[in-house]
Design a protein around this ligand. Sequence first.
Ligand code: SER
Ligand code: ZN
Length: 504
Amino acid sequence: MLLRFSLEADLIFNAAIPPEAEPVIEEKVTEANTVLFLRGVPRDAAEGEYGQITSWDVQENRLCLRIESGPYTRSHDALLRFRKQIAPVMGKLRLGVRGIDIRHFSIRLGDDVEESCIPRLPFISSVEVDEAGCELTLAMDLADLENKTPDRLINLIEEKAENAAYGGKGEHWELLFESKKRTGAYSGNPTEDMVARGWIRHGASRGQWIFAPQAVQLVRALEQIAIEEIIRPLGWKEMIFPKLVTWDVWKNSGHAKGVYPEIYYVCTPKSRDPAYWEEVTDYYKVTGDVPIEMIRDRIDGPIGGMCYAQCPPFWPFVKGETLAQDCLPIRVFDRSGTSHRYESGGIHGIERVDEFHRIEVLWLGTKEQTIAVADELHEAYARVFEEILELEWRRAKVTPWFMAQEGLVGVSETERVGTTDYEAYLPYNGSYLEFQNVSINGNKYPKGFNVKVQSGEECWSGCSGIGLERWVAAFLGQKGFDMADWPENVARLVGEPEEVFRFL
Ligand code: SER
Ligand code: ZN
């Protein structure tokens, strides 16, 4: 991506700059252009690729600079370096830098960047497109430059360009393994049949089900298989992760980059004084309508959202810590509550819902440990699907969930880092249902939450989400409701369906 920065900025001093300061400035500009700005620049970088003060001028108390650069020692970075360098020498002349005025700041991009990849942000005051590419004029002040906002903006444009280039290829999906075909007698829609049998009913909220005892027997039996056949024997210990996730967690996990369209947002009352809420309660009592707008005025936030990916709210437990060698690899799991996603038009049966139940399995250690644990887990899952549940299933390498949830496409650049989806065949519609995943997340989470291991090696982590509704859908979708067709052990664990309700 062609990248050129052009910056005009004034260093503002506390008093007029005297003529005798000019040779000193000239000397410092030359020194900056030939030494200071070359620091960290690759040896083979061509002239023009790194920052240079191309002109300067004194106007009363202002030193007006023009700084041009390519991708290295970018103009804004050069400006900050130069300020630091010139301050002590001007100080000797009793001149102090009082501020910096950004008069003009623009970025030129090559024609390989589509206009649609330029974000609409308050910092971008104009975008001009011509044959050579486009030019962004930025409205940024010193604080924005110090905050590296220009670099983040470039990263974002690069990310959008990569996404656009990849988007045409569709979702990443690569088959890794396929079990043998198993044809059963059943080819019905398991959700419809569960509803017909009174096992489940729609909840009051969208994409939400109420599970009757018969359905829970199956859910708990499958959960028990996961725990007793896979999780406990491999040494996982249970934890309880929070289910309300605040922005700081999602900033560290990366979710703050992309999860907004699917969050169930959480707000807090501005006051818990009943008098503050009296108008709302009175309105409801008189009209029978809950006054949403009146409530909106009386709440703060959103402070975050309901549990989405399940593992991020674990990480504050280890944030900033160094883990002792003898406790690694750490293996923990959580099954303490629901996950929530606003699926919009995507809701489908019990397979795709807004509220779901999942066992989240999480591990961390060195790179080797993390990979080895994932391999063990894959083996255990395969055994359960083959020998206990007797499913028709397959494995595929897909876009890592942590990238997808940040709005990215494609695959990870690091070998072994990524997500493997487990998919089960659904005879009723001939499609495959993704019913769980296993991911090696590399150093992403340890880095995001600043977690280290004693040996000084890089800390890695992995996680695996076992979607209980999806296990149910996969199992019933293939085996149906006649327990005589079920693997004996599963039938025994589930027991005869207990009917509690009879409706008149
Ligand atoms: N955290 C992972 C996900 O959201 C596994 O559950 O997919
Ligand atoms: Zn996870």
